[in-house]
Ligand binder design. Sequence first.
Ligand SMILES: Cc1cc2nc3c(=O)[nH]c(=O)nc-3n(C[C@H](O)[C@H](O)[C@H](O)COP(=O)(O)OP(=O)(O)OC[C@H]3O[C@@H](n4cnc5c(N)ncnc54)[C@H](O)[C@@H]3O)c2cc1C
Length: 386
Amino acid sequence: MENTSETYYDIRQAVAKLCADFSGEYWRKLDREAAYPSEFVKTLTDAGWLAALIPEEFGGAGLPLSAGAAILEEIHKSGGNAGACHAQMYTMGTLLRHGSEKQKQQYLPKIASGELRLQAFGVTEPSSGTDTGALKTTAKLNGDHYVVKGQKIWTSRAEHSDLMILLARTCPLSESMKKTEGLSVLLVDMRHAINNGMTIRPIKTMMNHATTEVFFDNLKVPKENLVGDEGKGFKYILSGMNAERILIAVECIGDAKWFIDKSTSYATEREVFGRAIGQNQGVQFPIAQAYANMRAAELMVKEALRLYEAGANPGAEANMAKMLAADASNEAANVCIQTHGGFGFAEEYDVERKFRETRLYQVAPISTNLILSYLSEHILGMPRSY
Ligand SMILES: Cc1cc2nc3c(=O)[nH]c(=O)nc-3n(C[C@H](O)[C@H](O)[C@H](O)COP(=O)(O)OP(=O)(O)OC[C@H]3O[C@@H](n4cnc5c(N)ncnc54)[C@H](O)[C@@H]3O)c2cc1C
């Protein structure tokens, strides 16, 4: 149902119209072939939607985070998946907030125009996982460049990006340091890095996500590509987390709306025992419950956005929004499969694809347990558990 009171109604309408050209069949084919949605990402870029959050002085639309949220939610609500390109909206914030004026002038206008893609974000490593401070990739300064050695895992979109935000250790860990100190952010120009010290290996996953392992073997990165100050990289990455959590949360809200819409239509149309299955409370109640949960999660997303745009630090709200929205979409996905009976498992209905896609957000970019740990320690004042 159309809701004209929704924020950014015009943006939502325009994005929904664009998405209508990318049907279920488009996404199904990509999923089957494990292929990247190049045409969709290009169309989105050409229409300027991926540059929505880049300030006008650098060629973007200069819109607030809530506009970015409206764009990503609509993509997911339409049955598509913004996972192929959403990172550009939040990784560019690292450059915007902590990059030098020269770096911003050099890269942001080209990112805004689509000439350069900043889609890759290299933080997670195989041995350290969620424990970011324990990462092992090093970047040693040698004259006018850093020499990078190590490995990243789950670096999504690396094969479809020109630039990567890379977190590496520039100062060896000593006993007097916190393990989150001594890390730095480098902007890696992947066009030059591939086969010159950087190798990318795709990882096949349960959903089509273009994620990879990236290996660094004495990769040279010019010193001028250091973002901000050396050793403060963890803080810079952390400063972008609220936006990232909120944007992932809205994608989950979009997914939940898609599942609820599909479930409602199917329950109304499908007749068994001579009547619509949706007439049975055993079928309609789980859908109504999923709707109520989605609306509650959506309120937390709105609260996180309100605080973020008021200049506050909504760490708790952004994390809760992500967790509640991921739970709401996961539950709605489950209900949608159940409502569709056997057809929920059939590829042509898109339900099983979206079910696989939305499952990711229980784990990435941060898992539910780590959000609960954050709330326990920082909001409720209980002892740190790890
Ligand atoms: C498809 C996909 C795309 C991704 N894209 C990117 C990307 O582009 N860039 C990037 O840097 N990373 C990316 N990630 C990585 C993602 O952020 C991590 O997978 C996630 O943070 C969890 O880390 P891990 O996989 O190492 O799990 P682990 O850290 O090994 O955790 C495994 C499980 O143990 C639990 N656990 C761990 N420690 C604790 C604790 N102290 N208390 C309670 N429970 C705990 C976790 O909750 C989790 O359920 C991606 C991951 C996936 C799957």
